[in-house]
Design a protein around this ligand. Structure first.
Ligand SMILES: NC(=O)c1ccc[n+]([C@@H]2O[C@H](COP(=O)([O-])OP(=O)(O)OC[C@H]3O[C@@H](n4cnc5c(N)ncnc54)[C@H](OP(=O)(O)O)[C@@H]3O)[C@@H](O)[C@H]2O)c1
Length: 379
């Protein structure tokens, strides 16, 4: 098998690119309305050209991704690929819910077993709840009965929580983290990647293009890439960077057009561990630095300003604003992150000014929070 990589602990061989069924083509801008014919064609094209890992989850496409994947894997495709789906931890209220959702998933996918089953989107609170409900004992039983082959988790919190989860269980077969050349120090990040590997656990990478943001960088970042004598698209640079890591078993891309599937399959064929030269790694480093230079608020998230007596998440507001500017002023795309801050939003600022003398960067925090509030709350 050409260019396949191996999951360390479990010895499974996979194509470097996995198919993420979270961003399938849709009709009429409606998430739930998957363009079934095209999506099936894309998944099958991927499998026909090497892909052997398809990733879906209970909530994707408002519950319809699992059904679509089930259809795509008919006509003999189920035997040609590993199938991954995930337990919706945030919906668990009782122990019985695990059986309920799992049974529903088997039905939607119309399969007898799941190859890679993930405890979905672990954060501190979802992990603690699932752990208390006995998710590990439940999953072990499902493995014994043959309903699940390999058990892992996907993760969206900070490194200490990642370490806690890895350390809590010796039998994790794999894990899944967000990782790309901009998110080296975000969530589990590089530390998490290395830590999992030190325990013999191979990592699946999600969001290798930061959900698509790295596909279309600002001009000055693009110029950095174009300065190299070998011409590659920003997507190729970003994916090859992830594949360069020995700790990565495969990366998932949520491809939304056939063209993207074709391009990414081709790139995967030319990928490899440690194939990027020092010079090439330097180009990516420069691109990253350029992205960071385009940062309007010079907050380093040192947290010296915290806690705010009125509950404003000061570094959180600034990070979201900076990200929106960095990725082509995409404020609309980041509004949900701003809204998710709840009472920590910039609008909770009373301008008491307690924060400003504590800021090592001498930021005019009150004015900046007002700018953040005005930007997001006028959308
Ligand atoms: N478990 C979890 O908590 C979790 C969370 C997130 C994701 N995931 C899984 O991981 C998968 C990957 O994450 P992701 O979808 O965010 O991956 P990603 O690769 O960071 O972003 C996917 C987007 O990148 C763009 N893209 C991909 N290939 C391209 C190409 N060749 N040229 C131009 N643009 C391209 C497309 O954007 P456009 O649609 O704008 O063209 C696509 O929708 C998901 O599909 C899902 O299966 C899991």
């Amino acid at each position: 098998m050409e260019n396949y990589r191996t999951f360390k602990k479990i010895g499974i061989k996979v194509f470097p690119l996995g198919f993420g069924a979270m961003r399938l083509p849709i009709i009429g801008g409606n998430e739930a309305n998957i363009d079934e014919k095209e999506a099936i064609k894309m998944i099958r094209y991927g499998i026909d050209h090497g892909i052997n890992y398809v990733d879906t989850a209970y909530p994707y496409h408002k519950g319809n991704s699992e059904i679509l994947v089930g259809k795509a894997l008919k006509n003999g495709y189920r035997n040609k690929t590993y199938l991954a789906t995930k337990l919706p931890t945030w919906l668990l209220e009782t122990k019985k819910d695990m059986d309920k959702y799992f049974t529903e998933q088997l039905k939607k996918l119309d399969v007898e077993h799941i190859d890679f089953y993930l405890i979905h989107s672990l954060r501190k609170h979802t992990w603690e709840r699932a752990y208390k409900l006995g998710v590990l004992e439940w999953a072990e039983k499902m493995k014994e009965k043959g309903y699940i082959r390999f058990l892992g988790f996907s993760f969206h919190d900070e490194f200490p929580v990642f370490k806690e989860i890895i350390d809590a269980y010796d039998e994790w077969d794999f894990c899944q983290i967000q990782y790309n050349y901009m998110d080296i120090n975000f969530q589990a990040g590089r530390k998490g990647l290395k830590y999992a590997a030190s325990k013999g656990i191979s990592v699946i990478v999600m969001e290798p293009l930061r959900g698509g943001k790295l596909a279309n960088p600002p001009l000055s970042v693009k110029e950095v890439f174009d300065s190299y004598h070998v011409k590659r698209t920003p997507v190729e640079w970003a994916l090859l960077w992830v594949w360069n890591h020995p700790e990565v078993a495969l990366l998932l891309s949520g491809m939304s057009t056939m063209e993207q599937v074709k391009q990414n399959v081709e790139t995967a064929k030319h990928s490899g561990i440690g194939i990027l030269s020092e010079e090439e790694l330097n180009i990516i480093k420069k691109a990253r630095e350029e992205y960071l230079r385009l940062t309007p608020i010079d907050c380093t998230s040192c947290n010296y300003c915290m806690p705010c007596p009125f509950g404003v998440n000061i570094p959180g507001n600034f990070a979201i604003y900076n990200n929106a500017v960095r990725y082509n002023n995409s404020f609309k795309d980041f509004k949900w992150e701003y809204d998710a801050l709840g009472d920590g939003r910039a609008s909770s600022c009373t301008k008491c000014g307690e924060c400003e003398p504590k800021c090592p960067q001498n930021l005019h925090i009150r004015d900046l929070l007002e700018m953040v509030k005005d930007t997001f709350e006028s959308l």
